[in-house]
Design a protein around this ligand. Structure first.
Ligand code: GTQ
Length: 345
C-alpha cells in the first residue's frame, strides 16, 4: 500500500486557506474512510450481565419515578462508540426497561422502529396502534415507525424488557423525533391471533387490511414450539433458526433491523459466518458460550452481548442435556436494502 500525503505535508497557509473556504483535501483521510479490505468498526464485542443490570434498574425504580423518566431505561452502550452515544452498534440501540406495578409509560410515537423482548415478569402490556399486547417472557412485540405506543402494568411484580431500536441510524440521518399523545383507546382485534395459524392468512373479501404491520406480537410459546419441532424434524440441519417476519409480505418484521430466534441443541456448537451486519445475542432460556474473535462471553438467562460485523461468531450451548434459546437482532435488512450485505463465510 503506497503512503499517501499527510495533512502536515501541506503548507500551513494553504491549509488555512482551504479551511476558510470550507474545503478539505481528501488524500490525508482517504485510507481512514476507505480502509483496505474490511471496515474498521467502532463496535466492540461487548457483554452485559442481567444480574448486574437488574439491581441497578430496580434502584432506578426507587430513585426516579416514572413521571420523571417517561421510559425508565438503562441503555446497554458499546464503549467502542463512546457510552454517551448510546449505541450497541452503528445502527442498533439496546435498553433494559423497568415498569413497576401500577405504572404507566405514556403514549408517544417516533420515527425510529422499536421492538421489545420481554425478559421477566407478568401482567404488563404495551398498547400499539390501539392493540393491547400482553407481555410474557420471550414474547417479541413490535412498535414500528410512527405507531402510537404506551406501556401499562396490572401485575404485582416488576416487569423488565429489552428494547431494540434503530435509533442510532435514524438519529444519524437527522430523522429522529417523537410526538406525545393521549392515552389510546384499545380497539378490538389481536393480530397475533389472526395470524397464529401458519400458512393461512386472513382474507377479507371486500376490503384489504390497511395495516402495514398486521402482526405486532410474536408469542414466545409459538416460537419455542416451532423451534423444538424443527429440531426434531430436521436432525441434520445445523442451525435451527426462525426469522420474525411480516405474515402478509414474508419480509422482515421491520424495515431496518432483523429479528431471529435460534435454538442450540443440547451441547451444540454453532459457527455463524462472518457477515457484514453487526449482531446482538440475548439468551431467552438456557446458557451459551459466545466467542467473537479473541473475546469469549459466558451467557446465562437474560444476558446480552453484541458482535461487530464482518466477524464470525461461535455459539456453544452450555448445557449437554437441554436446548438453549437465543434471541438475535441484526442489521441485515438495512445492509440488504443498501446493497452492502456480505457473507464472507
Ligand atoms: O418504550 O417507547 O428504550 O421511546 C427508548 C425510547 C424505549 C419506548 C426506549 C423509547 C422507548
Amino acid at each position: 500500500m503506497n503512503d499517501l500525503g499527510k495533512l502536515e505535508d501541506l503548507p500551513a497557509d494553504y491549509r488555512a486557506e482551504l479551511t476558510s473556504h470550507n474545503l478539505v483535501p481528501l488524500w490525508p483521510s482517504l485510507r481512514g474512510v476507505l480502509p483496505p479490505g474490511k471496515p474498521r468498526p467502532n463496535t466492540r464485542a461487548t457483554f452485559w450481565a442481567y444480574n448486574t443490570i437488574k439491581p441497578l434498574l430496580l434502584k432506578a425504580g426507587e430513585l426516579t419515578p416514572i413521571e420523571k423518566a417517561e421510559r425508565r431505561v438503562l441503555v446497554l452502550a458499546n464503549p467502542g462508540h463512546g457510552l454517551e452515544k448510546m449505541q450497541a452498534s452503528a445502527a442498533m440501540y439496546l435498553g433494559m426497561q423497568l415498569l413497576l406495578p401500577g405504572e404507566w409509560a405514556p403514549s408517544h410515537r417516533h420515527t425510529p422502529n422499536a421492538v421489545r423482548m420481554i425478559v421477566e415478569g407478568e401482567g404488563a402490556y404495551t398498547t400499539v396502534d390501539g392493540e393491547k399486547c400482553p407481555m410474557s417472557r420471550g414474547d417479541l412485540i413490535l412498535t414500528p415507525t410512527g405507531l402510537w405506543h404506551e406501556h401499562g402494568h396490572d401485575g404485582d411484580q416488576p416487569v423488565v424488557w429489552l428494547d431494540v431500536l434503530d435509533l442510532p441510524l435514524v438519529y444519524y440521518m437527522e430523522a429522529s423525533y417523537h410526538i406525545n399523545g393521549e392515552r389510546q383507546t384499545v380497539q378490538p382485534g389481536r393480530g397475533d391471533r389472526q395470524y397464529a395459524r401458519g400458512g393461512m392468512l386472513p382474507t377479507p373479501v371486500f376490503e384489504r387490511s390497511a395495516k402495514t404491520y398486521p402482526m405486532l406480537r410474536y408469542p414466545w410459546a409459538e416460537a419455542r414450539a416451532a423451534l423444538l419441532t424443527m429440531g426434531e424434524d430436521m436432525p441434520q440441519q445445523e442451525a435451527v433458526q426462525l426469522t420474525y417476519v411480516n405474515p402478509e409480505t414474508g419480509e422482515d418484521a421491520e424495515n431496518i433491523l432483523g429479528f431471529y430466534a435460534l435454538m442450540l441443541r443440547p451441547g451444540q456448537s454453532l459457527r455463524l459466518p462472518a457477515r457484514s451486519p453487526a449482531c446482538v445475542f440475548h439468551v431467552i432460556e438456557g446458557g451459551a458460550d459466545i466467542t467473537v474473535e479473541d473475546q469469549a462471553f459466558s451467557l446465562t438467562e437474560a444476558d446480552t452481548c453484541c458482535a461487530p460485523g464482518y466477524t464470525a461468531v461461535t455459539l456453544k450451548n452450555r448445557h449437554a442435556d437441554k436446548p438453549t434459546f437465543v434471541f438475535m437482532a441484526d442489521e441485515s435488512p438495512l445492509h440488504r436494502k443498501l446493497g452492502v450485505y456480505e457473507n464472507r463465510g
